[in-house]
Design a protein around this ligand. Sequence first.
Ligand code: IPM
Ligand code: SF4
Length: 862
Amino acid sequence: MAPNSVRYEGEAHPRTLYDKIWADHLVHEADGVSLIYIDRHLVHEVTSPQAFEGLRMSSREVRRTDCTLATVDHNIPTSSRKNFKDTKSFIAEADSRTQVVTLEQNVQEFGLTYFGMEDKRQGIVHVIGPEQGFTLPGTTVVCGDSHTSTHGAFGALAFGIGTSEVEHVLATQTLLMKKAKNMRIKVSGKLAEGVTSKDVILHIIGIIGTAGGTGCVVEFCGDVFENMSMEARMSVCNMTIEAGARAGMVAPDETTFNYLKGRPLCPKGKDWDKAVEYWKSLRTDKGAKFDKDIHIDAADIAPTVTWGTSPEDVVPITGIVPDPSQATDETKRTGMLRALQYMGLEPGTKMQDITIQKVFIGSCTNSRIEDMRSVASVVKGKKVSSGVEAMIVPGSGLVKKQAEAEGLDKIFTEAGFDWREPGCSMCLGMNPDRLKPQERCAATSNRNFEGRQGPQGRTHLMSPAMAAAAAIAGKLKDVRELLPEMQATNGKMAEPTKSMDFYSEPIDWTAPKEVQEPPSEGVAAPTSAGMPQFTSLDDVVACPLKKANVDTDCIIPKQFLKTIQRTGLGKAAFFELRYEDDGVTERQDFVLNQEPYRSASVLIAGDNFGCGSSREHAPWALNDQGIRCIIAPSFADIFFNNCFKNGMLPIAITKDIVEELWTHAEAKKKLTVDLTKQEIRREGCEAILFEVDPFRRHCLLNGLDDIGLTLQKAEHIDSFEARRSSTFPWLDGPRYSRMKAEVRISTAKSSSFYTRVAKGFLGGLPASDDRPERPPAAQLILSATGNAIERAVRVAQDLKEEGDAEIIRIRTQTVAGSNQGGQVPQVLITVKAKSKPHAVPVMVASKGGAKEGSNGKQGTDW
Ligand SMILES: CC(C)[C@H](C(=O)O)[C@@H](O)C(=O)O
Ligand code: SF4
């Protein structure tokens, strides 16, 4: 198999980097829905408990333990671990402790590699993946976390998923997806001194808005990104999700390869050379088409800070707090007024006059070694302003170790910073690090949503250097004014250490578990059940929620994410909007507290509903509250997907119609949402037609869950994995033995020939020039169509009789015929190796079946 990203002669269409990675991971495609293979799966404690529980309930295993890496980050305290014995005794808060302990149990039960609190490689999930070389160019990377986009800095297709999708990936190593649009953001020129990657991404979000990238995968290109370090690229890609995009990526180049070389999970030796050769092909072709194109001049970017409660609320540090009366749009104006009230700011105030009480340096955006160095160069020899509490939280145990080796910790503590242990910390305050009500914070994190860092807390986002400058000044400050002092300081700082000294420790990678198959019962098609059906909601009053950019932190705040259940979250829905500060008394001005909206099953909201975090707790909470359908002009991608997985219907429809429906709902008139006919009906009005993806509609109408459907494609996944093992062997975990291989049987050769081929695989394949030695396959799939079926059965029986394998499953189905068209019967027989590997004559399996090796040295060509 040649990688799809390598152009074939005569190929017509130039392709983008995203197109290429997509093509290289396509397992199967039908009715516009693609089954995409996932190379790397990162897991943390918040979004995984319900997924593991789902596996347990359906007796499923983790398909690729060698491609899954788990850690804890969100809930853990960042206080000293000097007296750490175990998480049970260390984590005081009961729900946080339960989530961490549950992950510890799950990784043990399912055999996953895990960096726990006692392991110095533990850290924020998006810091440890790249650090270990787990994230590689050209891979697909997922995690139940929206900031998975970070990994796109390596030229990987990396995106956040909800918990149902986490379960899907654990069980199948794939995802059912629709291809996104291509968007290019080019920043040309040279950044001015004092302007960093964080300023670049904040500036971009200010221009395109938090919904600017919705439905798109963004490729960042131009000199600015080419000249950035890997860590700077990570900060940019990290916040692509704040621009609404599914993923952001930068094409891999020498900077990428230099960063990766030698990391524990990177390919080595010949595999490294092969990998680099492939990675170099991962560039957008000349003339490739982008659906959206943005061009920005680097000279326009200043150190940038946020003033409001959305990452798009940005101004240059030299600017002023904007005036809502200048807003053209009514929803926008109301949003700005609310943001200013929440932030305690007056229009026209100079940003540099805003005083702060807290500084938070950390999060998956800015907690890497370069961020630490940048802060040190600002604060060395200075003191944190009196009245300001400043904390600095490294992204991982290895970042901490390296910073300490460079003496940065001393610089921080001497300046009055609190130097903490790694974790998400005050980025969202699921652990004890939180803002007090009305406290104002200069933060290097990525979200300034209401209540994000603590109820009623006020967050201003900025770069590490800017946050450091604010800590010293006690108010927001233009770091460029400190440049001469910083330059002098830099000369006196210790030489940066070679990071490789710290990152090259071997990983004791968890050995894969034996593949467990259901007992052989003839045709054993997995069932697809378990999702509630949705057909129609008849004669209901809908609830008008006249608000744009409703983020998932607002739909369900962090304190409710600590559950390990999917249900019981109804009370948490819109918690801050719904209750007074006591958390009990209902706010009368909130629409869901008013009759007849209290029990509404349809919600009509503003633009970009569900933006921000990937938490599936958001649709779970809405569902429990009774909301089954949400109508809005646009939705954030992850939230939109998560709804369907829970039997809920999100309808994207034009702004005009939404406004019409708001008026209708405010008049307390009823409507019907009919999925069968795809229409919204109101008495005396013309029906409003709406679009739904046909696959999603089918699943909703029939209550089908994705995992069951995907498992019906198991043989496609098996053969994809076999191809991946031979084309990209470096993607298999170090101890991964090829669990399954496929022998396609045709009428071209005798059954005894195929029996010998099968034995070859069960015994392992010797090395050849283009293939390293392959370990024996634990299982073989003998596949055949039409007339060759009889031959496949013969081969299976021979293997059984000769004591080489036992038959564990026989599955029959119909597939599209290759030549004549139409449907033909197909049989898939799974056999399991019985004896130890033994030497056999070498065979070559080829696309159309198998042929005998002439000199015993040929490799496989699937
Ligand atoms: C907990 C997790 C689902 C969430 C995310 O998806 O982003 C968190 O990391 C956040 O930053 O809000
Ligand atoms: S955004 Fe914050 S909470 Fe979310 S993964 Fe990053 S550091 Fe953790």
